[in-house]
Design a protein around this ligand. Sequence first.
Ligand code: HEC
Length: 164
Amino acid sequence: MACLFKKRFLVMGLSAMLALPLQAEEPSQNQGPDRNSAQAHSPADSREIIWLSPSERATVLAEMRQFVVASQAILQGVLDENWQTVEDAAREVGVRQMRQTPPGLRDKLPEGFMRLGPKVHRGFENIADEASGLADKTVVLQKLADLQQHCISCHASWQFKARP
Ligand code: HEC
């Protein structure tokens, strides 16, 4: 029973992945208001909406993009054994960045969101400490993998929308 479900899930996943490039290559088959491919094939977005002002949304999204920049620099720094790069990149998005969140914006963020955010910043701060201390490659990679679980959980639950 469990096995059957898994198989079905896999097939659904595969067809979803295959469907996208096909639609992109053959737009003529998906024209017209009733055949919007995104609506026809994606499940409804059930992530909870967090309403922000346009500039607040821009601020948090910029912070998000910095997380990707930092994560990439950390991985490259570990590969190159350049511990200063790892420390600087991680410190940049550590607790200092967390403290910079404007209070007005913080008030709009739900409790669950406010629990996950600091975990990510503290995770990066821990990476910075490890880089300036023992600098163990495996420890740094494990910390990055662990903190990315929080990125995943948060992204699964919330989305931002802007209104003035
Ligand atoms: C506490 C919640 C939370 C955490 C933790 C979090 N994010 Fe996000 N992130 C969001 C939300 C909400 C959005 C907006 C999604 C949407 O509106 O569709 C977002 C958007 C993004 C975007 C898109 C940025 C853009 O310009 O559109 C990136 C990239 C991103 N996050 C990376 C990360 C990475 C990497 C991590 C972990 C290191 C992370 N985020 C941690 C909530 C979070």
